[in-house]
Design a protein around this ligand. Structure first.
Ligand code: ATP
Ligand code: MG
Length: 734
């Protein structure tokens, strides 16, 4: 073994070494979090090159995100220098783009094909629905897009879907899918899922091409294998090939960290690897090099509650370390306050840098309370995945309504909402309004008002159809009523509710079958909660003041810059934290109904996925792990009490050092008896697991009781909340 090869092996434990030097049949490394799977993969590549077993061009390494690919490449450059160039280290999607650009002719496409992102494909699907006369109320294009995406994950062609459709929904889907695919091809475009599916198609229908790639990629290595879906699995299997000429396949993963089932990932891929690849060698890694024993014990204890998993013995010799710090907050802002205060304390007392810290939450809507507290505290931070709360479309729309109320001449806001929701005021109608405004030298808003009550001097707005005229007049009246309400001292939250109801904005979201629209409802409910909180803190302030405060918070230019040496604290969903590690981790919102997510509470397999998510969250921490929950959270528009997450209860109590173990409410009641959660709020689907939290039927203690179900406060029903949203981008691998 050469010096370089020996250096690569130094420091690895014997199981890791075995995996790195393995030669022969397929290799599967299954192991818990932090046991060095990614490191093994990287070292194996370096070792193959250093020992001359492979040329850099023979390597195809697949990672889950582009960030992970970059990191792996950097590490390999550190080990091999310039030799690292020429390797394919990329996500599934980027690897497929490279293959398809080279093989476009076989697909009958020009090499200049465009790749449509999720928004593009939705837009295309909308056009398709129009052309095909598909009722978009019953079949929202976005929902169809997602369903088509799921079919492609399973490599189901339009023809196969048509053949398999047994009911009306299935037939509509087949019709939409076929037309959509046709439109894509005519546009010389591929969507994200096509990248995988069409690559598989090229390779399976052209054995010569498959052969060429097989000759090139003698070594195929896949990280995070537990999160591959069926299409990706078939791609790997096809690329590797069978028989004596097959390529050497190495996959590493952890069934306990499979958290992308909603995108078609199937643990089956990892569980059946040995069956699928008959002579596969399995290597198990048991030593964790990332976390302290306390952190590991907590994570192991939680995941052990999942049924049907292979038990693992994960240990570390890095010592027991600090206990896990627990905190029970009264509210989400109290929780956020604890987080920022604790970060500052750690910085002063233990030399922790801002960049050493990550704060996790289950869904993006929880980021808002945290973000606001970070802005106030001046701690540099960065939100990963998902749009910042105030940059979300529905939030911007809602704020645009409010701005149009507060400032009738706010053209930008008015133009944003004039046809949102769709009310038949398209570009032509807007053009007529703009012309009218220009002609009389008045604002666009004044032109809109002119439609409702024509000004004697200026007369009617010319050119509008009857439909557009009545729609604009309605909008003008809604805005005017809200203005009067605001002038009379109406509360911002009430004005928001009025606008969202009367404009039909909320109804469109609520009637949609698209899970993402339900998450938009959640976000609007969150905005409502912000307004309620503002009024509670500033009883005399009105709409204008509230909007000012929001503008300041959301003004990104004012965000403090992280200094080079200190870095910034990272705020992200657990999904986006996969594969990463941080010295200090805060896992927030550990409540039954938040994390685990509401929709999982009565679904065994969803709950198991939530538990894996918790396992991923806890195992990101190297030295310090914080767990917190809020006794009440207002993410549904009015504060609701939430019981502690079952995941907290699954951690052995001796591992937790409670900084605060009871909420103020608990203390008032003298011992942990919660109120009747959401009695009368339609929480019937909620699993009543801890009876002690429910045996007082007095109704919500914090909730005003005035909040009307069916308005913004409507809780998302189990099984329907957005998953794509909580997972960050629908395609992190892009
Ligand atoms: P995850 O399941 O979260 O993806 P993983 O199994 O891929 O984790 P790695 O990220 O490869 O684990 O390794 C976790 C940490 O342990 C890294 O900081 C890595 O450098 C370190 N590590 C791995 N193996 C060793 C070793 N033999 N000696 C020292 N440190 C190691
Ligand atoms: Mg890893």
């Amino acid at each position: 073994v050469s010096g370089a090869a020996a250096r690569i092996l130094t420091g690895l434990n014997s199981a890791q070494r075995e995996a790195v030097v393995h030669s022969g049949g397929p290799l599967l490394v299954v192991a818990g979090a932090g046991s060095g799977k990614t490191r093994v993969l990287t070292s194996r590549i370096a070792y193959l090159i250093a020992t001359g077993q492979a040329h850099p061009a023979n390597i195809l390494a697949i990672t889950f995100t582009n960030k992970a690919a970059r990191e792996m490449r950097e590490r390999l450059e550190g080990m091999l220098g310039g030799l690292a160039r020429g390797m394919w280290i990329s996500t599934f999607h980027s690897a497929c783009v490279r293959i398809l650009r080279a093989e476009h002719r076989t697909l009958g496409m020009r090499s200049t094909f465009t790749i449509y992102d999720a928004a593009d494909s939705q837009r295309l699907m909308t056009m398709v629905c129009r052309e095909e006369n598909i009722d978009i109320r019953a079949y929202p294009p976005k929902m169809l897009s997602r369903q088509v995406s799921n079919l492609k994950d399973e490599l189901v062609t339009p023809a196969a879907q048509a053949a398999a459709a047994t009911d009306r929904d299935g037939q509509v889907l087949a019709q939409a899918y076929a037309a959509y695919q046709d439109r894509l091809e005519r546009a010389n475009a591929l969507d994200f899922d096509d990248l995988i599916m069409r690559t598989v198609e090229v390779l399976t229908s052209h054995p010569d091409i498959a052969e060429r790639y097989r000759t090139r990629f003698r070594h195929i290595l896949v990280d995070e294998y537990q999160d591959t879906n069926h299409a990706q699995y078939v791609l790997v299997r096809t690329l590797a090939g069978q028989g004596p000429e097959r390529s050497a396949l190495t996959v590493v993963g952890d069934a306990d960290q499979s958290i992308y089932a909603f995108r078609g990932a199937t643990i089956r891929n990892i569980e059946d690897f040995e069956k699928d690849f008959a002579d596969a060698t399995s290597v198990v890694l048991e030593q964790n090099y990332r976390s302290t024993q306390n952190i590991l014990s907590a994570a192991n204890a939680v995941i052990s509650h999942n049924e049907g998993r292979r038990p693992k013995k994960l240990w570390t010799d890095s010592g027991s370390g600090e206990k896990i710090t627990g905190y029970v907050a009264d509210s989400e802002s109290d929780e956020a306050h604890f987080v920022v205060t604790e970060i500052d304390r750690l910085r002063d007392s233990s030399g922790v840098r801002y960049g050493d810290v990550a704060v996790f939450y289950r869904t993006n809507s929880q980021a808002r309370a945290l973000e606001e507290m970070f802005v106030r505290s001046g701690i540099p931070y960065r939100v990963i995945g998902g749009t910042r709360f105030y940059e979300r479309k529905e939030i911007k729309d809602a704020l645009a309504y409010l701005h149009a109320v507060a400032n009738p001449d706010d053209t930008v806001s008015l133009r944003r909402i004039i046809n949102e929701p769709k009310r038949g005021v398209g570009d032509t109608a807007q053009g007529h309004l703009a012309t009218h405004a220009q002609r009389w030298n008045i604002s666009f808003g004044a032109a809109v008002a002119d439609v409702a009550s024509p000004n004697p001097e200026r007369g009617e707005v010319a050119g509008l159809t009857a439909r557009a005229r009545s729609a604009v007049a309605d909008l003008a009246r809604i805005l005017e009523t809200a203005r009067q309400d605001a002038a009379a001292g109406g509360k911002p939250a009430d004005i928001l509710d009025y606008l969202m109801d009367e404009s039909g904005y909320l109804a469109v979201l609520q009637e949609s079958k698209d899970p993402q629209d339900l998450s938009r409802v959640e976000n609007l409910a969150e905005l409502h909660a912000v307004a309620v909180e503002f009024s509670a803190q500033n009883p005399d302030a009105g709409l204008g003041e509230w909007l000012d405060q929001i503008s300041l918070v959301s003004d990104t230019d004012r965000l403090p810059e992280g200094s080079e040496s200190e870095g910034e604290t990272t705020l992200m969903t657990v999904h986006t934290a996969k594969g990463l590690e941080f010295p200090v981790v805060f896992v927030t919102g550990l409540e039954d109904g938040t994390f685990p997510h509401m929709r999982s509470l009565d679904d065994r397999s969803e709950l198991a996925e939530e538990r894996r998510l918790a396992y991923v969250a806890f195992t990101r921490a190297r030295e310090r792990l914080y767990i917190s929950r809020a006794a009440a959270r207002s993410s549904w528009g009015a504060p609701q009490e939430f019981p502690p997450s079952r995941f907290i209860e699954e951690i052995p109590p001796e591992l937790i050092d409670w900084r605060r173990e009871q909420s103020s409410q608990d203390l008032v009641r003298g011992g942990g008896i919660g109120s009747g959660i959401g009695s009368g709020y339609g929480w019937g689907r909620r699993e009543r697991r801890a009876p002690s939290f429910f045996d007082d039927d007095a109704g919500p203690i914090i909730g005003s009781g005035k909040f009307k179900p069916g308005k913004l406060g409507v809780p998302a029903t189990a099984g329907s909340a957005s998953r794509a949203d909580s997972a960050g981008s629908a395609h992190p691998a892009a």
